[in-house]
Write a protein that binds this ligand. Structure first.
Ligand SMILES: CC(C)(COP(=O)(O)OP(=O)(O)OC[C@H]1O[C@@H](n2cnc3c(N)ncnc32)[C@H](O)[C@@H]1OP(=O)(O)O)[C@@H](O)C(=O)NCCC(=O)NCCS
Length: 242
């Protein structure tokens, strides 16, 4: 439940790291014919696997939001920026954001009145130097003060930024400094980030085993972190900069 002063919205989040759907050729139980056609044109096994698991979680999330019993009845197309576009549901104005990472994927379905974006990142030590290079001085101070392992804090911040760019449909094509985080509030299981230049949005992050999940949403929306998948976090902390 996405709580707003002017009225609530609903969203559905679907996450899996145990995809047991078909990865081979041909239409599967949940793909629309046009999706199966797109899959047939994909040559690389990794891209095929990503597409399949991404469509799987995306379609389950949309189906649950709109009450569509057969996920093969509607489709998730690609928009001009590569973003997912829902077509063919009985209810209009439904959108979805999709992410895949390692063997896992996540998607959030929502109404177009309430834009959102999602990202899933592996907490991978080898990425730490690259992640730290992307941080501003203020952001580095912020991750240091969160009371989390440095790697986890840096991945959460990065993932928050990426989820924001999904909500905005730009992806990471904008200059990195524009995506700077200005505040982070940690509660048990969740760190919520705010952005210096995109103050309309916030991003909530949770840890899921070896992954970090980030959900960007309008800043004044209240989402109970306990409704997100359970995670682990050290002692609660609040850090505000600038
Ligand atoms: C979009 C982006 C942030 C995705 O990050 P990633 O680490 O590659 O991958 P993720 O698994 O987290 O997300 C991939 C999914 O994001 C979605 N996506 C792609 N582009 C998107 C965009 N511009 N806005 C919102 N969502 C987008 C898609 O659903 C995609 O999965 P799919 O291709 O299976 O449908 C990154 O690829 C990027 O910045 N790309 C550049 C965007 C670009 O060049 N667009 C063309 C401009 S003309």
């Amino acid at each position: 439940m996405l709580r707003r002063k002017e009225g609530d919205h609903r969203g559905v989040l679907c996450v899996t790291d145990a995809f047991d759907g078909p990865r081979g050729d041909g239409p599967s139980g949940y793909l629309h014919l046009e999706e199966a056609g797109y899959l047939a044109g994909l040559r690389y096994p990794k891209r095929r696997g990503d597409y399949l698991i991404g469509r799987y979680v995306g379609k389950r999330a949309v189906a649950a939001l709109v009450g569509e019993p057969d996920p093969a009845e509607f489709r998730i197309d690609r928009g001009v920026f590569g973003h997912p576009v829902v077509r063919g549901t009985a209810r209009a104005g439904v959108q979805v954001s999709i992410t895949h990472s390692g063997s896992a994927a996540a998607a959030v379905a929502f109404d177009e009145a309430h834009p959102m974006g999602i990202d899933l990142e592996q907490i991978d030590e080898s990425r730490l130097p690259t992640l730290l290079r992307q941080l501003s001085g203020d952001e580095r101070a912020l991750v240091d003060q969160l009371g989390l392992p440095l790697l986890e804090a840096a991945v959460r911040l990065w993932s928050a930024r990426e989820s924001l760019t999904k909500a905005m449909r730009t992806g990471l094509t904008v200059p990195m400094p524009l995506l700077e985080v200005s505040a982070a509030v940690a509660t048990v299981g969740c760190v919520r980030f705010e952005f210096r230049n995109f103050f309309q949005f916030a991003a909530m992050t949770v840890r899921l085993g070896a992954y970090c999940l980030a959900l960007a949403l309008p800043r004044y929306t209240r989402l109970d972190p306990l409704t997100l998948p359970a995670g682990t976090l050290g002692s609660p902390a609040e850090v505000r900069l600038g």
